[in-house]
Design a binder for this molecule. Structure first.
Ligand code: GDP
Length: 480
């Protein structure tokens, strides 16, 4: 599209770019929709690519690829049965035939699923919920291959269901829905199918491409079907890795053990991790002194997709940090130090970068869109308040604001000060954090600043409502 055409288009909409200005994202969207051109958000694509690279294979791997098991995360609304499902699977599928079973969780476990008479492995991450998923993603980690979204058949889609779906979609991870609690009086799976299709998940039985399995996690009904469905979806993913190389992967859980020192659970994503290997993970490093599998049993090595607990690091890294095997402890130390330096620099660069979603940038984007007759906006909100009652008061006041043009989407509403995990969620979902009668500690403000997340704190409900209202009306000048 020529420059003249672009300028002409904006003039016709009453917007007068000066010819040398950078087009905002929303202006690009407007012009692309006018010319029916698909918009690809390069920044978002880059983030996805960066994320994918973490498990991406080198060229050397290509002729040594072998299938690897899928790694799964269970997400869904609170009380819909995530933990019950995980527990059922762990109890019935993991311990089977293994003396002792699982003594202590390491953050993920392997499950054996019989397919065509053969036992196939899949791996479940043990921390259900989109919060953990979002936090990992905000750090660029991409561990999950498939998301299982649990929806209670007697309750239907709830806010956290929608959030979980949004997280999985944003990550480009295939979704399988487990419609749970079908044993309960009042269960209405058909209604849930209906609701799911209205949020863009079309059941396979209705000609769509989202597998949905009706289960009772409590009674174990159809859980085998669910596992089989998981393996089928995994097969289509063609998940591969090269076990014959030095390992790399992602940290999913870490802590300090009184007797063992720093313990870290990794998911190996490529290669095989062995006892004696020297690893770097984030700003930590060390020699692998011992490896434990998900049953707490000592092992000598762990291959692709396999969760393993490692002892020997000098420090406790953070969930989502990558690890990699290197040649020697000197190299490891150097790498860990330069990683620390990198992190400091990244913070500075990120700070200088644009792309921050603020209430005022939202207002101006919306007002530009409105002039062009577009109405495709949604304001993502994370709400932190002092007491539970404030949530309802604020939501009620916000919900009466007209939402024909802009939908307010509450990704999280909770009591308590603003935390790093709120910021992570905001990063992954481009949300703004609103606090009412709560604090954002200095370290959290810096954390948010470095990640281009806006935190707006209020002491008067009216002011919070009024700012959101102004932003929704596109009154950019009046919102700071
Ligand atoms: P989570 O918050 O998603 O982890 O939900 P939980 O697994 O803690 O389950 C919440 C409640 O629902 C618990 O009381 C479970 O016993 C119950 N529950 C979970 N699955 C089922 C089910 O399939 N049928 C019935 N009747 N109850 C269930």
């Amino acid at each position: 599209i020529s420059e003249g055409e672009i300028l002409g288009y904006f003039y016709s909409k009453g917007i007068k770019p000066d010819g040398v200005q950078k087009l905002s994202k929303d202006m690009v969207k407007m012009i692309c929709s006018e010319y029916e051109v698909e918009v690809i958000d390069a920044a978002a694509v880059r983030v996805e690519e960066m994320a994918k690279k973490k498990e991406i294979l080198d060229e050397d791997d290509l002729d040594k690829l072998e299938d690897r098991p899928p790694v799964l995360t269970i997400m869904g609304h609170v009380d819909h049965g995530k933990t019950t499902l995980l527990d059922y699977i762990r109890k019935t599928k993991v311990a089977a035939g293994e003396a002792g079973g699982i003594t202590q969780g390491i953050g993920a476990y392997k499950v054996l699923v019989p397919i065509d008479g053969k036992q196939q492995t899949c791996v479940f991450l043990d921390t259900p919920g989109h919060e953990a998923f979002g936090a990992m993603r905000a750090r660029g980690a991409r561990v999950t291959d498939i998301a299982v979204i649990v929806v209670a058949a007697d309750d239907g889609i709830r806010p956290q269901t929608t959030e979980a779906i949004a997280h999985a979609k944003a990550a480009g991870v295939p979704i399988i829905v487990a419609i749970n609690k079908i044993d309960k009086d009042g269960a209405n799976p058909e209604r849930v199918l209906q609701e799911l299709s209205s949020v863009g998940l079309m059941p396979e039985e209705w000609g769509g491409d989202t597998p949905m399995v009706k289960i009772s996690a409590l009674k174990g009904e159809n859980v085998d079907d669910l596992l089989e469905t998981i393996m089928l979806v995994a097969e289509l993913q063609e998940l591969k890795a090269n076990p014959q190389r030095n390992a790399k992967g992602t940290l999913i859980e870490a802590g300090l053990d009184k007797s063992k020192g720093p313990v870290a659970t990794f998911i190996v994503q490529n290669g095989t991790l062995k006892r004696g290997d020297v690893i770097v993970c984030g700003e930590a490093f060390g020699k692998v002194r011992a490896l434990f599998d998900d049953k707490g049993k000592r092992v000598d090595e762990a291959g692709p997709s396999i969760p393993v607990q490692v002892i020997g690091l000098n420090n406790v890294p953070s969930a989502g940090d990558e690890f990699e095997v290197v040649g020697s402890l000197d190299v490891a130390r150097e790498r860990a130090e330069s990683r620390a330096e990198e992190v400091r620099n990244e913070r500075i660069t990120e700070k200088a970068g644009d792309g921050k979603v603020t209430l005022s940038s939202f207002a101006s984007a919306f007002s530009a869109g409105k002039k062009a007759g577009l109405d495709l906006h949604q304001l993502n909100i994370i709400l932190k308040v002092d007491v539970q009652g404030s949530i309802e008061a604020i939501r009620q006041a916000l919900n009466v604001l007209p939402q024909e043009n802009i939908t307010l989407k509450f990704l999280l509403q909770a009591t308590g000060d603003v935390t790093a995990s709120d910021v992570d969620l905001a990063v992954a979902t481009q949300a703004i954090i609103f606090g009412f009668n709560v604090k954002a500690p200095g370290s959290i403000k810096t954390y948010a600043d470095n990640r281009s997340v806006e935190i707006r704190l209020y002491k008067v409900i009216y002011e919070l409502i009024d700012d959101v209202r102004k932003a929704m009306e596109g009154l950019l000048d009046t919102v700071e």
